[in-house]
Design a protein around this ligand. Structure first.
Ligand SMILES: [Zn+2]
Length: 93
């Protein structure tokens, strides 16, 4: 026995493939069935504080490591422009 972690078989919410995971380490998202979007995300792609109703009806979905990697790559390509913090406009009195 290498370790005593319990492996569970679940279905990936993104690609619908079955995959084995350990509940402690798997990536999960809270999906709001009312909108079909992750909890707190608006149809415009922005985040806002979810309503108590949305929290109550949301369900936990699992994401397989392949889809997590794909999401990270997508996120990287969308944030390709370096963020600069040294050009804040300064008002002179
Ligand atoms: Zn997947």
């Amino acid at each position: 026995m290498a370790d005593d972690q319990i492996t569970t078989i679940g279905k990936c919410h993104v690609c619908k493939r079955a995959f084995g995971f350990t509940p402690a380490t798997v990536m999960t998202v809270m999906m709001d069935p009312g909108t079909g979007l992750p909890l707190g995300m608006t149809v415009a792609g922005t985040f806002r504080e979810p309503t108590p109703e949305a929290v109550a009806r949301s369900v936990e979905e699992h994401i397989c490591p392949a889809c997590v990697d794909r999401a990270k790559e997508l996120h990287k390509s969308m944030n390709a422009a370096p963020v600069q913090f040294d050009t804040w406009p300064r008002s002179t009195p």
